[in-house]
Design a protein around this ligand. Sequence first.
Ligand SMILES: Cc1ncc(COP(=O)(O)O)c(C=O)c1O
Length: 377
Amino acid sequence: MPVELFDIQTPLRPLRQEILDRLAEVVEESRFILGPNVAAFEQEFAAYLGAEHAVGVANGTEAITIALRAMGVGPGDEVIVPSFTFYASAEAVPPTGATPVFCDIDLDTLCVTADTVRAAITPATKAVIAVHLFGNVAAIRDIEALGIPVLEDAAQAAGSTSGAGRPGALGTAATFSFFPSKNLGCFGDGGAITTNDAELADRIRMLRFHGSRDKVSYQQIGYNSRLDEMQAAILRVLLPHLDGWSAGRSAAAAHYAAAGLGDLVTLPAAARDATPAWHLYVIRSEGSDELAAALREAGIACAPYYRTPIHRQPAMAAYAPAQPLPATEEAARTHLAIPMSAVLAAEQAEEVTAAVRAARGGGLIPPQRAAAAASAR
Ligand SMILES: Cc1ncc(COP(=O)(O)O)c(C=O)c1O
């Protein structure tokens, strides 16, 4: 039985008619740019997260650039960012004029921590981008205690929760992507920035609209970066289902654990107090490329997402850190995303686990070093 890496279609199928009806209303109303659905979605999304303000923007990458600029980041500043994340987390920094400074991650949670951030602080540090990677929840309060404003990159963490609140309501500001495969994905590109700070929200609204409040006076060099009205209408249909889908993702993780996958590879670990809505289910194993080949042979889709960490990407050569990032390198080498979705069934998790077991039993992948790595910390 082949198993896909993710399943976008099944959760959306029962909502198809409702979505088409909402889109027909948008066409009928013809207020295509910053219309009533964008305004309503912004309110609904902020309320869902427990944040005061949400501002819809064009995508999750521009969301980071705009949020940083609204936070006062500019030329001469440094922004600390993990290297083990999607490229856009760091790519969004240079357009502000600031320099990305790469920090390491915690190998268990694959997120930045106060310790990994502290090692990258200099007098020029203006902000930290804390990525809630794969749906896990970075320890924002601990990082804030270092005295540096934190921008949460919550692109992969819509639907996750933590004792301190939801990603999106924890830092100075937070950014989201509604790329179709995300936990809350629209039918094209889309993004949002959230914050509890009214003045920050005002600057973000201005920046997404050419640096203007009224299209008469232009206060700043801004962006044309708005969430599309059609996408907002779709997101309004989807948002009430996000918690149910997140529960489905947690159930999928439980299916893997029950199938015994944790005896074969290192499973993702939820951060303290966190209930992750796993966006991707990323295991770690020695011989991860050999494991990937064996899984594909068995019809199981899988992908190493960040085999080359960002600080070693050609475009980032100018920002390569002086110090090594050992946990980043280890995660880059050993990680592999295996099937995960809101509707992944126990039988599918068993199928994937059986294929991993066969690869290990057949000697295709070497034994785990996870226990040794954990005890060395
Ligand atoms: C962690 C992270 N940050 C930023 C982005 C950028 O979002 P977008 O593709 O909407 O620009 C993504 C996803 O694509 C992401 O996964």
